[in-house]
Design a protein around this ligand. Structure first.
Ligand SMILES: NC(=O)c1ccc[n+]([C@@H]2O[C@H](COP(=O)([O-])OP(=O)(O)OC[C@H]3O[C@@H](n4cnc5c(N)ncnc54)[C@H](O)[C@@H]3O)[C@@H](O)[C@H]2O)c1
Length: 251
């Protein structure tokens, strides 16, 4: 039970990587705050954890609002009395346009969730953790390192998460708060469901992984749990690719 007596917040926990990570934390003894903008799916994750004997509560959040994220952290302290692990994971993809045709609103919508939301999560969690230490994990993407077409806002936001992770780790080291990130490759979740509907496109994208297959949310959750655990106590200020080598070779 790596997370006995620990309290974890997982944003975007209604689905995909967030849901699998919330379930993993709970299986290993954490009390888990399932946070999502979607109340139905968020409540489903919390219910699934409780059905298996875990301890979870759903708290709605819109990570693009600082007030909402700050309130999430305050409600967590009110419910569980402490915060040990903050997984800033909620994210969206942009509608696909080349950069010169990208609607300005679409850029801001994407960056508001993927980039600003991570800042808000780091800031609010750090203030709750600074007396006793903790771990903050941010979800970037291999698209924080390598470019694809028509994804400018997503790339901008995920590249920012990579640097925000390093910068926050440095500022928060004195409080014994580690800040690390994950950069997933293609993972079969709701966020890529549109691509999944097109078999030719899907198999092309799958071939970007070294073994030609998308990963599962559970495979990513294993890495998230490791990073949050004491086994990773000397890991700090880095973002780790969970991508079957996708960011390592030219295609
Ligand atoms: N699936 C992939 O291939 C892949 C690859 C690299 C990175 N990622 C990143 O992984 C993270 C999780 O995505 P996923 O793949 O599990 O997708 P997903 O769509 O299954 O899950 C994302 C969750 O975030 C929630 N969400 C969206 N906007 C929100 C907001 N403003 N506030 C709170 N919650 C919000 C959604 O309701 C959803 O439950 C994202 O940051 C995504 O960019 C995914």
């Amino acid at each position: 039970m790596r997370f006995a007596n620990k309290v974890a917040i997982v944003t975007g926990a209604g689905s995909g990587i967030g849901r699998a990570s919330a379930q993993q934390f709970a299986r290993e003894g954490a009390r888990v705050v399932v946070a999502d903008v979607n109340p139905e799916s968020g409540a489903m994750t919390a219910a699934a954890i409780k059905e298996r004997g875990g301890d979870a509560v759903f708290i709605p959040v819109d990570t693009s609002s600082y007030e909402s994220v700050a309130s999430l952290v305050q409600q967590t302290l009110g419910t569980y009395g402490q915060l040990d692990i903050m997984f800033n994971n909620a994210g969206i993809v942009n509608a696909q346009y080349a950069v010169h045709e990208m609607p300005v609103e679409e850029y801001h919508r994407t960056v508001a969730v993927n980039q600003h939301g991570v800042f808000y999560g780091i800031k609010a969690a750090a203030n709750a953790m600074k007396d006793r230490g903790g771990v903050i994990i941010n979800t970037a993407s291999i698209y924080g390192y390598i470019a694809d077409r028509k994804q400018f806002p997503y790339h901008a936001s995920k590249g920012a998460v990579v640097m925000m992770t390093k910068s926050a780790a440095l500022d928060l080291a004195r409080y014994n708060i580690r800040v690390v990130g994950i950069a997933p490759g293609l993972i079969e979740t709701g966020i890529v469901s549109e691509w999944r509907k097109n078999p030719a496109l899907w198999s092309k994208i799958e071939r970007a992984q070294m073994r030609g297959k998308a990963g599962t949310p559970e495979q990513v959750a294993q890495m998230v749990a490791f990073l949050a655990s004491d086994e990773a106590s000397f890991l700090n200020g880095h973002v780790f690719c969970v991508d079957d080598g996708a960011a390592s070779f030219k295609r």
